[in-house]
Each structure stands twice: as structure tokens, then as C-alpha cells.
Design a protein around this ligand. Structure first.
Ligand SMILES: [Zn+2]
Length: 241
């Protein structure tokens, strides 16, 4: 299996990755309650597995994956046991310092892959902050917003509460595929703190959507490496210049 995890390289092995302009994926997610049937690492697990799978499967572009940022912005989950949150500014700083560190070593293409809804606006504004204040360009996607993924999620959803939700049909399906031993299927029903309908979750849906999302991420990685993705930021650069 191809080695893609940042933390598994020795310091002497980074130069070739920098020379070939490798894309660095920073998975960012959360540890927070996921109703009564899913483990609290659900968002981190999904996001990280997507990143690792895409990095291993892509052959024409060098990609390396940072360890996941496992804690995010989850104050709205703190009334349930197990949830961990950072304060808003702490979280922004963590994201910013990680991007600055990666960039300091010579990596120019940094992609934040987000797996938790509460993080989305913060990751996006951090991207703007880095460009304006540090002249560092990064890209960010929520995995459920990668190109064509929203349409595929709507197509595959059977419950009328479709979309990614929270602990609903889609996340339950992913967990039945990725770590079924941690799912309590007898408790897969809507409870307070959930959004969507977990009873529609299935391993087959999880596998098919996971593969679809990995393919979508591979296309984005190719576009980023070739410079096509950066074209979309030209207008921003013109404003900042
Ligand atoms: Zn979740």
C-alpha cells in the first residue's frame, strides 16, 4: 500500500514531495455526540477515510494526508456526553497555524477537507484570512459539497429528510460501511440531537456514496495540481493585489 500519511514519513523524505508540488490534504472534523447509535468519532472517521482512500488511489498526482484535526467547533453538542469543542478563536488559530506550518516547508497546494457542518463557515473564512493576511492560498471543501456530490446524495437518499443531516441516513450508511462494529443498529432512530432519519441507513448506500465521493475528490486533486482550480481564485487575487 502506498504511503500517504504525513506523520509516517521521515524528515529526509519530504523534499521529493515538495519538488513534485504534492497536494497536502488537511482533514478537519470533530469529536461530538452522534445520536444514540453512532460513535462520537463519526465525522473524523468519514472525512479521514475519504482523504486516505483518494490519496492512495490517485496515481498521477502526489498527495499526502495530514493526521486529522479531530476536534472542531461543536458548542451546540456540548449538552450531550462525549462531545469536545474548541472555542471559536482557538479553532481558527489551530487551522491557521497548521496551514502556515505546512506552507513553511515549501508546500504550495493545501486542501482542507472538512467533515463537520459546524466547522464549514470557519474553515471558509480562515481560507480568506490566510490569503489576505499571510498571502497563503489554500482550498477547502466540505466532503458533501465536492462537485456532483450533493446531487448524488439526493439521488441515493430514500428518506424525505435527505441531505447530510446529523446522524441521519447518510452518516449512518457511512458508518455501517466504515466501522460497523461501533454502530448500535437497534438504536438507529431519530432522537434529540440528530437530524435526518437513521433508519434508512444501509451499508450498501455507504459503500456506493463513499466511492463516489473519493472519485470526486480525486478529480479535485487533479485540478488543483494542474492549476485549473486556482483559475477560479484569480478574481480574488486581483482584488487583493
Ligand atoms: Zn456528523
Amino acid at each position: 500500500m502506498k504511503k500517504v500519511s504525513w506523520e509516517k514519513f521521515r524528515r529526509t523524505q519530504f523534499d521529493p514531495m515538495i519538488e513534485t508540488d504534492a497536494v497536502v490534504i488537511v482533514p478537519v472534523a470533530s469529536v461530538e455526540q452522534h445520536a444514540e447509535h453512532l460513535p462520537i468519532n463519526t465525522d473524523t472517521n468519514i472525512c479521514y477515510r475519504i482523504a486516505i482512500e483518494a490519496a492512495q488511489r490517485i496515481e498521477d498526482v502526489p498527495v499526502v494526508v495530514l493526521p486529522p484535526i479531530w476536534t472542531g467547533y461543536s458548542p451546540h453538542h456540548m449538552s450531550y456526553p462525549g462531545s469536545i469543542t474548541l472555542k471559536f478563536h482557538t479553532f481558527v488559530e489551530v487551522l491557521t497555524q497548521i496551514a502556515i506550518s505546512v506552507h513553511a516547508h515549501g508546500f504550495k497546494k493545501i486542501l482542507f477537507l472538512n467533515g463537520h457542518g459546524g466547522n464549514s463557515p470557519i474553515v471558509q473564512s480562515m481560507q480568506r484570512k490566510l490569503a489576505a493576511e499571510q498571502q497563503i492560498t489554500v482550498f477547502s471543501y466540505d466532503y458533501w459539497n465536492l462537485p456532483s456530490v450533493p446531487e448524488e446524495m439526493r439521488r441515493i437518499s430514500e428518506s424525505d429528510k435527505g441531505g447530510i443531516g446529523h446522524s441521519g441516513e447518510i452518516e449512518t450508511s457511512f458508518q455501517l460501511y466504515l466501522q460497523p462494529e461501533l454502530v448500535d443498529e437497534t438504536a438507529a432512530r431519530w432522537v434529540s440531537g440528530a437530524r435526518g432519519d437513521p433508519s434508512f441507513g444501509s451499508r450498501a448506500k455507504g459503500e456506493s456514496l463513499f466511492t463516489f465521493i473519493v472519485d470526486a475528490l480525486i478529480k479535485v486533486l487533479r485540478d488543483y495540481h494542474s492549476g485549473k482550480l486556482e483559475e477560479t481564485l484569480k478574481w480574488q487575487k486581483e482584488i487583493l493585489d
